[in-house]
Design a protein around this ligand. Structure first.
Ligand SMILES: C[S@@+](CC[C@H](N)C(=O)[O-])C[C@H]1O[C@@H](n2cnc3c(N)ncnc32)[C@H](O)[C@@H]1O
Length: 215
């Protein structure tokens, strides 16, 4: 199932993110303050419905920005499980967010032992071709408990910085992101979830940030 993603085979995708991992790791701390504001409404909902120790999955965790915030910035003892297809991203995330658990898998092949009370899919859905996106959202719903929440966001403006960096290292120029506008994202998420809340991001780029709930 984890085949082609955004013009890349899975092997190319892993190579791409492995190459970007050190760069992501040199910058992630700069995003913590704004990202805390993005995560807070979701974290409060998960905590108020499922209590201390609620289980949260961080999909495509990268170097661990979201798992760091969830495990270190709230007093709710969230149990965070992170999955990422890139081994190099996971290595950094383990250092940055040592209280979380880590799985080096493609999300679509990941079989977690328990369902979650919340999930974060940050800059994640846009990693998949639109033909695959419904399977990804269906799996997001499958891994959640009934009543569980999802925080789903992705940039809706192009950022080719990553591609430029990769080009310096390797002659590989194809953009890796698929732009997902608010309407498309909401339509897709509504097939599997109740869309509870939409809010704007912080900082320079445009974001679609959505909180969804499994009914
Ligand atoms: C743009 S980064 C986002 C990192 C983090 N979620 C954030 O918001 O800062 C996308 C991450 O998704 C991971 N990824 C892409 N496709 C994946 C898949 N099929 N399964 C698991 N992880 C994947 C990449 O390796 C990369 O670390």
């Amino acid at each position: 199932m984890c085949g082609k993603q955004i013009n890349k085979s899975q092997k190319q995708l892993v190579e791409y993110y492995d190459l970007l991992a050190d760069d992501y790791n040199s910058r992630w701390v700069n995003f913590v303050d704004n990202q805390y504001k993005v995560i807070k409404p979701f974290a409060e909902k998960v905590h108020s419905n499922f209590g201390t120790g609620a289980r949260i999955a961080d999909l495509g965790c990268g170097v661990g920005l979201n798992s760091f915030i969830l495990t270190e910035h709230f007093k709710y003892d969230f149990n965070v499980s992170c999955v990422d297809v890139s081994k190099e991203m996971i290595k950094h995330a383990q250092q940055n967010s040592p209280k979380a658990k880590f799985y080096n898998n493609c999300f679509l092949e990941w079989e977690p032992e328990e369902k979650f009370h919340g999930l974060v899919a940050g800059s994640f859905l846009n990693q998949f071709d639109s033909s695959m996106a419904p399977y990804v959202v269906e799996k997001m719903s499958d891994i959640l408990e009934k009543g569980g929440y999802g925080l789903v966001y992705s940039s809706n403006t192009a950022d080719y910085d990553d591609d430029k960096k990769i080009k310096q290292k390797k002659d590989q120029t194809k953009p890796y992101v698929q732009m997902i506008d608010r309407l498309n994202m909401t339509n897709l998420l509504s097939q599997f979830f109740k869309v509870e809340e939409y809010y704007k991001g912080y900082g320079k780029r445009g974001w679609t940030i959505t909180i969804v709930r499994k009914e």
